[in-house]
Every structure is written in structure tokens, then in C-alpha cells.
Design a protein around this ligand. Structure first.
Ligand SMILES: [Zn+2]
Length: 407
């Protein structure tokens, strides 16, 4: 079990303990079979504490051994059985986990809180085993018993996302938003934005452009950081024959997220070419460069654009500056070579290019997830490792002479 695998287990463990501690059913003493039992007995045993310690340090077999010992001190100790079941699940012994948790459900006199937590664990077992329908059923049952159970809601949202059931995921996210405090509002808006964007793409896939556009607008309204919604909105507007609407959507993207403006470059360049207004593309690139001197993508795009129009000497200058800010970009090098060839490999120009490239450094996978540090060669909107939305930043690449990597 790697570090990454142990995180969800720890999360669930903590969730479980916090939840149980908060539950009213978990008073220290509990009447069972007509006598008071000290609920702390099993939890106070050294087996329990050792077991938890082994869990945290990933020594799973030892953890199981100690926790099993703890259940012998007090076989009623529900939470230890719950944890044991969870450990089995995390080791991939799903059938065993289901067995343990289903046995707990058969206990008489379970309180509502206990019942809900067992079902939550069972849902996780089903999820892990790939029994999606049964997992959904279990989590929904938890929510029916305890409408404010944020864990069950979160797992439901993620399951629906995995199934691409965007409307369900969106509905559940809204429930979660209603339950959470104002400090989580910006993050919630961002997630809802991406879910709205997914709903728009779904509508577009069945040819409903009007509905798609409304979802994209809604996504942008929720959070202007929903970059793909701007791109998609422009695409839909163009399909609807609304050229000004498309231009407007992509221009708004450039203003709200200039670091992602490059995603609209190909669209805008084509649009302005078709309209016979290529200078408008040039203007937009120059505006981005003026606002951010390190914007190599605007320089690359402008260089390519100028080269296409026969303005090769101007193009070369923009491309060489692009190279200074991103020496590892293969596309930049290719564009430079293209222009050099058109300029008959002028000796002085080739010399400048070689000197610039010599000081280059090479980095792979420049996109990094800020939440789990997963690395990717391409920009992703949802992290494939931790499933967070819009969590990738680009590592800024510096030339070798001041070889520092900044985030
Ligand atoms: Zn991640």
C-alpha cells in the first residue's frame, strides 16, 4: 500500500471517529441488556491504541491483530468492528469487509447514528468492489436517515461524477453547498461551475444548443475560473451563427483568465481570418504580451500568425523571445526553424537561435495538481489522481542562467 492509497483510509478513519464521537449514541455509558457497560473499556485498551498506531504507520497486519484483540476485550465495541471492516476493504478484501459490516447491521437495538455509519462503511465497500448500484443505494439510504451526512453526500457526488451523471452530481453538490459554511463558498462555486459546464457539454452532445449555452453561461456566472465554459460557449454561439457572441465569449476568457487565454487562440485566429480582420488577432496577442512580459504562448501564436502573412522577420523576433521564456517548448523550436528556413537560414539569425537554445533547460510534465502534486504533460480540468476540479497550475520555466523553478 503506497502513501497515496493510505490517504483515503486515514480520511475515512478520522471521519468515522469524529462522527462517532459527535453522535449522541456514543455517550460514555450505555445501557445494554439491562446493565451499564463502560463504553470506553475497549477503546482504552492498549490493543486499540496500538492498533490505531499501526494503522497510521501502514503496518496493516499488525493493526488487524491488535484491533482484533481489542474486540475480545469488549465484543460489543461497534466502532472497532467498523474499523476492522474498513481495513479489510482497504487491503482489497472487499468480500470480507462487506461480511463484517453486514453482520453489524444485524445487531439489535442499533441507534440511527450507528445504523447510518455502518451503512456508510458498507457503501464504501460496494464502491471499492465496483458494485456501483449497491454503493449508490447504501449512500442514499444514509442520506435518508441523516440528510446532513456530508460524507455520504460527497461519496454520492463522486460516484455520479464517475458515472458521468452530471445532473445528479450537480443536485447533490447543491445540497452540500447548503450544508457548508461561507468560507467554503468560492471552492463550492468553482465545483458547481465545472458541473454546469459538464451539463452544457451533455446538452450539446444531444444537439440542444440553447440549453447548452444556458449551462455554459450559468457556469461562467458561478465562477469566472470555469475556463472550458468560455470556450464551449463561444463554440455554441458560432454554431448558432452568432459571431459576435463567440468573439465576446472568448474575449471574456482573455480578460478573466489571461494565463489560459491561449486556449482560445486557434479559435480567434480562425474567426478573424474568416471575417477578413486578421489585425484583431494581432492586437489581442500584443495586449496579452503587454500585460504579461513572460507570456510565451501569445508570442508563439503571434509569431506563427505573422509568419503565415509573410512577415517573417517580425515573426522571428517574437518567436525568439518566446523561446527565452519557454526554452523547453518543442513547438516554439519548430516554429523558429520554420521561420529560419523561410529566411534562407540567415547566418546571423541562426547564430542568435543557437545561443538562445544553448542556455535552455528541459522540464517534463509542467502541469502540477496543487492538491496532490500529480503531474501531467497536458492541462487537465479534473485531477485523475485526487479528482479535484481545476487544481492544476503550471510550473513556470526559467532559462538556465537564472535556473530557478517557480510555481
Ligand atoms: Zn490531484
Amino acid at each position: 500500500m503506497g502513501f497515496g492509497d493510505s490517504l483515503p483510509l486515514l480520511f475515512q478513519l478520522i471521519a468515522l471517529l469524529v462522527g462517532l464521537a459527535a453522535g449522541k449514541a456514543w455517550e460514555r455509558y450505555k445501557l445494554r441488556d439491562g446493565r451499564w457497560i463502560d463504553r470506553r473499556r475497549a477503546r482504552d485498551s492498549h490493543h486499540y491504541v496500538l492498533g490505531l498506531n499501526f494503522l497510521v504507520s501502514n503496518q496493516i497486519d499488525l493493526a488487524i491483530e491488535e484491533l482484533s484483540q481489542a474486540t475480545r476485550v469488549d465484543s460489543d465495541a461497534l466502532e472497532i468492528h467498523l474499523i476492522l471492516g474498513n481495513v479489510h476493504r482497504e487491503r482489497g478484501q472487499v468480500a470480507r469487509a462487506i461480511q463484517v459490516h453486514q453482520a453489524l447491521l444485524q445487531r439489535p437495538k442499533l441507534t440511527k447514528v450507528e445504523h447510518a455509519y455502518i451503512l456508510l462503511c458498507l457503501g464504501l465497500d460496494f464502491k471499492r468492489g465496483g458494485f456501483v448500484d449497491r454503493a449508490l443505494e447504501a449512500f442514499n439510504e444514509v442520506v435518508r436517515m441523516d440528510p446532513n451526512n456530508q460524507y455520504a453526500l460527497l461519496y454520492l457526488q463522486k460516484l455520479h461524477e464517475e458515472q458521468h451523471q452530471w445532473a445528479d452530481a450537480h443536485r447533490i453538490r447543491k445540497q452540500l453547498v447548503a450544508l457548508s459554511g461561507p468560507d467554503t463558498q468560492p471552492r463550492n462555486q468553482a465545483i458547481l461551475g465545472f458541473l454546469e459546464n459538464a451539463l452544457g457539454s451533455e446538452a450539446l452532445a444531444v444537439g440542444d444548443r440553447g440549453r447548452a449555452a444556458r449551462h455554459f453561461e450559468e457556469a461562467i456566472g458561478l465562477d469566472a475560473g470555469t475556463v472550458p465554459a468560455f470556450l464551449n460557449l463561444g463554440d455554441v454561439r458560432l454554431m448558432q451563427g452568432d459571431v459576435a457572441g463567440a468573439e465576446n465569449a472568448w474575449d471574456r476568457l482573455m480578460i478573466s483568465s489571461p494565463e489560459r487565454a491561449y486556449l482560445a487562440f486557434a479559435r480567434l485566429e480562425k474567426l478573424y481570418e474568416q471575417l477578413g480582420q486578421p489585425h484583431k488577432f494581432e492586437e489581442r496577442c500584443l495586449r496579452l504580451i503587454a500585460a504579461n512580459s513572460q507570456d510565451w504562448r501569445a508570442r508563439l501564436a503571434l509569431g506563427g500568425h505573422l509568419a503565415k502573412r509573410g512577415r517573417d522577420t517580425e515573426a522571428f523576433e517574437f518567436l525568439l523571445t518566446a523561446l527565452e521564456h519557454n526554452p523547453h517548448g518543442l513547438t516554439v523550436h519548430q516554429s523558429v526553424w520554420g521561420v529560419l528556413l523561410k529566411l534562407d537560414l540567415g547566418r546571423a539569425l541562426v547564430q542568435r537561435y543557437i545561443e538562445s537554445a544553448r542556455s535552455s533547460v528541459f522540464f517534463l510534465d509542467p502541469h502540477v495538481c496543487v492538491k496532490c502534486h500529480y503531474r501531467s504533460t497536458e492541462l487537465l480540468w479534473q485531477c485523475p489522481h485526487c479528482h479535484e476540479w481545476n487544481s492544476f497550475v503550471e510550473e513556470r520555466i526559467a532559462p538556465a542562467q537564472d535556473a530557478t523553478v517557480e510555481m
